[in-house]
Design a protein around this ligand. Structure first.
Ligand code: WTA
Length: 714
């Protein structure tokens, strides 16, 4: 099909929502557009009434006195209220008599292949032999199990001196103990800072220092595509660097998962070495009685580092009350969670990303629908592992990333066809714009044309979905995340904050606070004010000035807008189409990465003088990483494939495999403006292979640099 026809289809295809019965749901929480519109209008007309109602779905140990205290850009939600996130996820279900229900279904990656016990001549000869019949490790944890485990770990942490407000770093594989660890922190009022297991030691070091964290929970290793990821070894490396930086870590708790030998002494540590503890030994000794700490609604629940425009990741702060209310509401409405209706929800994201925080754990468990966790890769032992899991466990809602969907398309429909996917009731996507072709493939091939597709737009900063279809009422258009959720006043504006007419691209903002919004960047007030509240002017031409303790906003001035750093347009029906980041952040395979982070990793290589990194279109990843590199003249290194490979490996070692550049181009110089700024838009065009350079190049310092860059195409 030609590009042209495809884009015509994009404009015109509209899929009406299916009936609840046709997908096997008992009902839709929001069943008509009238209902949605009324809900949305009410949420904006009477936000306090609306959010108060939503908040009452959770259990509070002390009621709030005010729903919102908004002193831009600082929002305090459910002021005076107290609750505990772990209690709402776990204990509450036990106390209401559901302790024996399954909370988490977990499947490990390793399998005992069926061929191991039978003659190898009889099976697995077909190229699509698949994972069916394989025998993975499966664990099911009830709410009572979770209550016991979070209590034991919570007590253990308390006995190690962890107090309310401390930050505990978690660096673990996707095993149930990861869920236990985060919930145990929440239980005792410690904030967690989870670092995705794919990140390298350097990433651990900078996050541990920034968070002033003294305790690390990790594992010896985790399984990924049949191999062991050496998590504890990475922690040891980080500990050495932390020691040299003068940051003392007091305790390291290690779960044995892969049986990888670990040494309980990190070499080269100055000063006092941390205490090393085995996870299970520690828990066996721990007191099983560990009451949930009563937390103020605005007490920090967690810190989660994400990429921004600078080389330094920012610690996004989420608090307890607003985040829990918001994730619980959005999960319930967008995924149509219904307890006791045989649902099994599967979000394939790693808990190390915000998607995993909000929709593997915190938004799902309060809804009393079991959540599925899978440890490993989608193509182990074969390319149908996801479909195998869905069939084996009868998954009802599947939530994954467009990158994964494009990968499945490439692998071919024979893999899903081998499995019974009839249990599916709803499909979701997140993390990056989805191309209409992938959307339609997902709907047809995975959802059998029956299931609604919810393309959920949100960010680490928003805590939960902000723009998304509601499955029972919103007509969907492939590639559009459709309409704002209740409580969200989203708009596409220009820099003056003026709303743009339909189909004109602009900046995506939200014009009012919502409970799930970030409360700040840990330890960096200025970056918070500047990054989110100063770029777009609110009504009356007001934007916040950064600096100073106060916001700079005078009493009575207009409310500033939250700027997402995404570009978007709204079509004639008011539907949002996300056009992607307008800052120096790229979404690679749905993972958020700062181009500056990759640049700093590159220039830390002895041969590199200067580097500029931009995104480029990539068939599978959505956005790939293209690096322009100039070499130090005295390095003695040749700009060749050998060095390319070495630099790519260097970046993977410094940041993690997800940051490995897809293309590295050597150049004698980078195109810069007269003031010395790298001309990134120009590089983006070059990286995308746009024939004609569209930018005005009159500010180019050296035209010949551009010409040479063109020639150094791989
Ligand atoms: C992008 C992930 C288009 C967007 C939850 C945003 C999307 C960034 C979508 C946040 C979507 C997320 N359609 N783009 N449905 N969802 N994005 O913080 O650019 O890892 O700013 O949060 O992903 O990435 P983050």
């Amino acid at each position: 099909m030609s590009e042209h026809i495809d884009s015509v289809l994009t404009e015109t295809r509209v899929f009406p929502p299916p009936t609840a019965a046709s997908v096997g749901m008992p009902r839709w929480h929001v069943a008509s557009m009238q209902e949605y519109r009324a809900l949305h209008r009410r949420s904006l007309d009477d936000p306090e009434g609306f959010w108060g109602e939503q908040a009452r779905m959770l259990a509070w140990s002390r009621p709030w006195t005010r729903v919102l205290d908004w002193n831009p850009p600082d929002a305090r939600w459910f002021v005076g209220g107290q609750l505990n996130a772990c209690f709402n996820c776990v204990d509450r279900q036990v106390e209401t008599g559901h302790g024996e229900q399954v909370a988490i279904v977990w499947e490990g990656e390793p399998v005992r292949a069926p061929s191991a016990s039978a003659g190898s001549n009889t099976r697995n000869t077909s190229p699509v032999a698949g994972a069916r019949g394989s025998d993975p490790e499966i664990r099911r944890l009830t709410y009572r199990d979770l209550q016991r485990e979070t209590s034991r770990l919570g007590s253990a942490l308390r006995s190690l001196g962890v107090k309310k407000g401390d930050v505990v770093t978690i660096y673990m594989p996707m095993v149930p103990e990861l869920a236990v660890a985060m919930l145990a922190c929440a239980r005792i009022g410690a904030a967690h800072s989870i670092i995705f297991g794919g990140f390298a030691p350097h990433a651990i070091v900078e996050r541990v220092i920034d968070a002033k964290s003294r305790v690390i929970i990790t594992a010896d290793g985790g399984y990924r595509r049949g191999e062991v990821v050496p998590l504890r070894k990475n922690v040891d490396e980080a500990l050495t660097a932390l020691g040299s930086a003068g940051h003392g870590v007091e305790h390291v708790i290690t779960l044995q998962r892969t049986g990888t030998p670990t040494q309980d002494a990190a070499p080269g540590i100055r000063g006092s070495a941390p205490g090393f503890h085995d996870y299970h030994t520690l828990l066996d000794r721990a007191n099983a009685d560990c009451p949930c700490e009563a937390m103020d609604a605005e007490d920090m629940l967690f810190l989660l580092y994400t990429s921004g425009s600078t080389g330094k990741p920012k610690g996004i702060v989420h608090t307890t009350g607003g985040y829990m209310v918001y994730t619980t509401m959005t999960a319930r409405l967008v995924f149509n969670l219904i307890p006791d209706a045989g649902q099994l929800f599967w979000c394939t994201a790693d808990i190390g990303w915000v998607t995993g925080h909000s929709y593997v754990i915190y938004g799902i468990l309060p809804g009393r629908v079991p959540t599925l966790m899978y440890e490993g890769a989608p193509n182990f032992p074969a390319s149908d592992r996801f479909w195998d899991i869905i069939e084996r466990h009868r998954v009802t809602q599947l939530y994954t990333a467009p990158t994964a969907i494009r990968t499945f398309m490439k692998w071919g429909q024979e893999w899903p066809r081998k499995h019974d996917l009839s249990s599916l009731q709803l499909l979701g996507t997140v993390g990056e714009p989805i191309n209409p072709e992938a959307w339609v493939w997902y709907r047809d091939t995975i959802g059998g044309g029956r299931c609604p597709v919810v393309d959920t737009y949100w960010q680490t900063e928003t805590g939960g979905h902000v723009i998304s279809p509601l499955p029972g009422c919103t007509p969907t258009k492939p590639g559009s995340c459709t309409l704002p959720l209740p409580g969200i006043d989203a708009a596409v504006v220009n820099e003056q904050g003026e709303e743009l007419p339909p189909n004109q691209g602009g900046l995506l903002v939200t014009r009012r606070p919502w409970p799930g919004m970030l409360r700040g960047i840990y330890g960096d007030r200025q970056r918070y004010v500047q990054g989110y509240w100063s770029r777009v002017k609110g009504p009356g031409g007001t934007a916040l000035q950064s600096g100073g303790k106060n916001t700079g906003l005078e009493t009575g001035a207009a409310t500033p807008y939250y700027f997402s750093a995404d570009g978007a347009r709204r079509d004639q029906d008011g539907y949002f189409w996300i056009m992607g980041r307008v800052d120096d952040v790229i979404n690679v395979s749905g993972h958020r990465l700062g181009t500056m982070e990759v640049e700093s990793a590159l220039v830390s290589h002895p041969a590199v003088a200067e580097a500029a990194v931009v995104g480029m279109p990539h068939e599978i990843k959505g956005t790939g990483i293209c690096a322009f590199v100039t070499l130090k003249s005295g390095s003695g290194r040749k700009a060749d494939d050998g060095l390319r490979k070495e630099l790519a490996a260097h970046v993977a070692r410094e940041i993690g495999a997800l940051a490995r550049p897809d293309s590295i181009r050597f150049a004698e110089g980078l195109p810069k403006t007269r003031s010395g700024k790298i001309m990134r838009r120009l590089l983006r065009d070059l990286a995308a292979g746009v024939e004609k350079i569209t930018q005005d190049t009159t500010t180019l310092e050296d035209y010949s640099v551009l010409a040479r860059l063109r020639e150094t195409d791989e």
